[in-house]
Design a protein around this ligand. Structure first.
Ligand code: BMA
Length: 329
């Protein structure tokens, strides 16, 4: 039995694994949980991040508007399934007006570290880079310096310091749809200056695991377990119809998380359902958040579906780690 290290979450969204299902993840039977019309302005609501907050949940949601501009919005939920998303985008304050300029914001992650919630997102600053902010209450947001130079996407914090350093995953990219991409890990003493960059993983060449042949990028905040950090990530293949996004998993060393213990050979979730295959960008499952209950080992993963709606999938730490150990590279 593997163990999640973290808080108990007795009200985590949950459904038991359907009889006969051989896969490590199973979808919520009432997916998608958030449709296109998540707030008044939205054309689509996807690639969004949620955390436990007060007696329920809070989140930062990517809502692309009907003019197809990308921005991030606060949402609240009592049960993790039904969300009230604000109609006005997140307003940030901060020490430097230069950093507060808002070109575009998308693909948020939220991570509780020590005493506050950190938000990271893909932030337009002369190209995509990683924006960083913190909040205590999901009302006031203080924006810090961008973590990296452009172009970079998918900035994902670890939920605690490791060897006295804040640690962030990211995926250096280009200014377009990026036909390449490796995941790196960077470290910081103060959440402002990032360095000690370490390579984590590349796409997999050849015919071994072609769903992740083009690029890979980190998904939710890594989940701490007694065996290592569980990282859920996306992997991409280029087909004659464009990119296809699937989900994989990896187990990383607890003290030196740039060391991979296991990495998926087989995907753990792929766009098979209608709402994952049909939408504004077909054939995309894109995980950005996971809730984990240390008592039961249950995990609920929030993911964008076809860049249009938001879905929920379930697993347990035993289901996902035993699958990973049987189907790794
Ligand atoms: C990536 C990002 C994601 C998106 C994905 C598929 O480059 O833009 O937000 O879900 O492409 O379109």
């Amino acid at each position: 039995m593997s163990r999640i290290i973290g808080q108990a979450m007795p009200n985590i969204p949950w459904e038991d694994k359907p009889e006969g299902n051989q896969m490590p993840l199973w979808r919520y039977s009432k997916n998608p949980i958030i449709g296109r019309d998540g707030n008044k302005v939205s054309n689509s609501v996807f690639n969004s991040a949620v955390v436990p907050f007060e007696d329920g949940y809070a989140g930062i949601f990517r809502c692309d508007s009907k003019s197809i501009s990308m921005d991030i919005f606060v949402g609240k939920s009592k049960d993790g399934y039904h969300w009230e998303i604000e109609d006005e985008p997140v307003q940030m304050e901060g020490a430097d007006g230069e950093i507060l300029k808002n070109e575009y914001r998308y693909d948020p992650r939220v991570c509780f570290i020590e005493d506050r919630y950190y938000v990271t997102w893909c932030n337009g600053y002369h190209g995509p880079t990683i924006g960083v902010a913190y909040t205590y209450d999901f009302k006031k947001f203080v924006q810090l310096e961008n973590a990296f130079l452009p172009c970079n996407r998918n900035g994902v914090l670890f939920p605690r310091k490791i060897n006295d350093m804040y640690v962030m995953l990211s995926r250096p990219s280009d200014n377009g749809h990026t036909p390449f991409g490796d995941i790196f890990i960077s470290q910081s003493r103060d959440m402002e200056f990032w360095g000690r960059h370490r390579h984590l993983m590349s796409p997999v060449p050849g015919n071994l695991s072609a769903w992740q042949i083009t690029k890979v990028g980190p998904g939710p905040t890594p989940i701490e377990t007694d065996e290592g950090w569980l990282l859920i990530y996306h992997g991409v293949i280029t087909t004659c119809n464009g990119f296809v996004y699937r989900m994989g998993a990896a187990l990383l060393d607890l003290e030196e998380p740039w060391k991979i213990i296991y990495r998926s050979k087989d995907y753990i979730l792929a766009p098979h359902e209608y709402y994952e295959c049909v939408g504004d960008v077909p054939n995309v499952v894109f995980p950005c958040a996971a809730l984990a209950d240390a008592d039961t080992g249950r995990i609920a993963i929030y993911y964008g579906c076809a860049d249009t709606v938001t879905g929920l999938a379930f697993t347990t730490i035993d289901d996902i780690l035993s699958y990973l150990k049987e189907h790794h590279i």
